[in-house]
Design a protein around this ligand. Structure first.
Ligand SMILES: NC(=O)c1ccc[n+]([C@@H]2O[C@H](COP(=O)([O-])OP(=O)(O)OC[C@H]3O[C@@H](n4cnc5c(N)ncnc54)[C@H](O)[C@@H]3O)[C@@H](O)[C@H]2O)c1
Length: 267
């Protein structure tokens, strides 16, 4: 299934999963608007780029990409992002709400000790950015009577980490998963499908660099993954391909686990 002539926005696309998504969608023929807080941080965890940013990488491969640097936790950013996309490409078909992350230090991330500032930041980054980008994108999709939104949730939305850590990250991703279902119900009659993806541990440059400090990704833990390895960004990109093309044309309001079967095993 090709996406020639279609336009996609991928948030948090400087590195990691977002960068892989942008490349995959461009490879399927879509014009891609990549947006991030800070493209200069793309290599912060050792990820190697073949050009200055993912946008130039895509252009060098013969694709069409636009880069927009903005803080999506600011309410006006989402509207400006969609306007820039429509100005450049004239249409918006696909929105991938990927910006997010578990940024609170583990030792102060349990419910009884998480501070208000961290709690609000987790909700702003993992929930509000997706809500605001979706609200900005919906009018253009409604006008065409067609559109696809994919929200990046997490296995953390379903499972409680040891000692209740990463509480607000999990809560924000659970809220995003629920929002996915509400949006699917509201927007289905307008031809807009909304689904989510819930990755387990995906071996991105950031996860690799932070694994020791966060106590995740130890070699011994791989044994708890039924498919015998941690995920790669490409594993998630293949699921994204399913969700944004007509391969999933009768699928909406769902959250697909991309965890190698980890959710089937006891924690
Ligand atoms: N890697 C995993 O194991 C994993 C597992 C489950 C879910 N996820 C989710 O997948 C998504 C991508 O994860 P990743 O591992 O590639 O993370 P990452 O930290 O490598 O990439 C996230 C990107 O979002 C950008 N970003 C952060 N704040 C922003 C803001 N305010 N506005 C715009 N952009 C902002 C960052 O600059 C970064 O480039 C996140 O939503 C994450 O929660 C990842």
């Amino acid at each position: 299934m090709r996406l020639d002539g279609q336009t996609a926005i991928v948030t948090g696309a400087a590195r990691g999963l977002g960068r892989a998504f942008a490349h995959h969608l461009a490879g399927l023929g879509a014009n891609v608007v990549v947006t991030d807080l800070d493209f200069a941080q793309a290599s912060a965890f050792g990820e190697e780029l073949s050009a200055e940013t993912v946008a130039e990488e895509i252009e060098q491969l013969g694709g069409s990409a636009q880069r927009i640097e903005t803080d999506l936790t600011k309410p006006a950013s989402a509207r400006a992002l969609v306007e820039a996309c429509l100005d450049r490409f004239g249409r918006l078909d696909i929105l991938v709400n990927n910006a997010g992350g578990n940024l609170v230090p583990v030792e102060r991330s349990s419910p009884s000790c998480v501070i208000e500032e961290d709690a609000r930041a987790a909700m702003d980054l993992n929930f509000m950015t997706a809500l605001q980008c979706s609200q900005a994108a919906i009018p253009a999709m409604k006008a065409r009577g067609k559109g696809v939104i994919v929200n990046m949730s997490s296995a953390s939305a379903r499972f409680i980490s040891a000692g209740g850590s990463s509480a607000l990250y999990g809560a924000a991703k659970a809220a995003l998963t629920h929002l996915t279902r509400s949006m699917a119900l509201e927007l289905g009659p307008h031809g807009i499908r909304v689904n989510a993806m819930a990755p387990g541990l995906i071996w991105t440059s950031r996860v690799k660099a932070q694994s020791e400090a966060r106590g995740i990704g130890r070699a011994a833990d791989v044994g708890r993954v039924p498919l015998g390895r941690y995920g790669t960004p490409e594993d998630c990109a293949l699921v994204l391909e399913f969700l944004v093309t007509d391969l999933s044309r009768y699928v909406t309001g769902q959250c697909i686990s991309v965890c190698g079967g980890t959710q089937l095993t006891a924690a």
